[in-house]
Design a protein around this ligand. Structure first.
Ligand SMILES: CC(C)(COP(=O)(O)OP(=O)(O)OC[C@H]1O[C@@H](n2cnc3c(N)ncnc32)[C@H](O)[C@@H]1OP(=O)(O)O)[C@@H](O)C(=O)NCCC(=O)NCCS
Length: 130
């Protein structure tokens, strides 16, 4: 059974393996733990002791919020976990004007189903040349 929780105080890096599939320079499990701890909002999906999905959120609490990361381990995808993580973090963030994400085209249908709108956007990546 999948359980959804905030970041437990005793979460360990070895519970955070298998994420960031296909990333050229993925965060290490230690860095992943730091990301989860420092995010204002985070919801994790657990199968027993193992984290199988997570979502993070940053918010000013009044106007805007942003979901930087959402991922479900490949072998757990297609079971409604991603949808549940987004619903829970949107609920946790509460009443703000906007909750934004940036995603590739292939994930647009996933966010469509959750009521997100497609808009044009710009991003700045100071550490990259392209
Ligand atoms: C995108 C992701 C989080 C979805 O998680 P998931 O647990 O597999 O999604 P769910 O099972 O909750 O799917 C909910 C619905 O969205 C659909 N869906 C899920 N992923 C989809 C995708 N990539 N493209 C189109 N539809 C998708 C499902 O078919 C399902 O539809 P249904 O309710 O009609 O059956 C997961 O595929 C993932 O981790 N991908 C790699 C990382 C990534 O792309 N993250 C998003 C960054 S913005």
């Amino acid at each position: 059974m999948i359980r959804y929780r905030r970041v437990p105080d005793d979460l360990r890096p070895d519970q955070l393996t298998g994420f960031f599939v296909g990333w050229p320079s993925p965060p290490s499990p230690d860095e992943h733990l730091t990301i989860l701890r420092r995010a204002q909002h985070a919801v994790l999906a657990f199968d027993g002791d193992r984290v199988v999905g997570f979502v993070t959120g940053l918010s000013d609490g009044v106007f805007s919020a942003y979901l930087p990361l959402l991922e479900v381990l490949p072998e757990y995808q297609g079971r409604g976990i991603g949808q549940e993580l987004v619903k829970r973090i949107v609920d946790e963030i509460g009443a703000v004007y906007s909750i934004d994400i940036v995603c590739d085209d292939d994930v647009v249908p996933f966010y469509d189903k959750l009521g997100f709108l497609k808009v044009r956007g710009m991003v700045f990546r100071p550490s990259r040349d392209s």
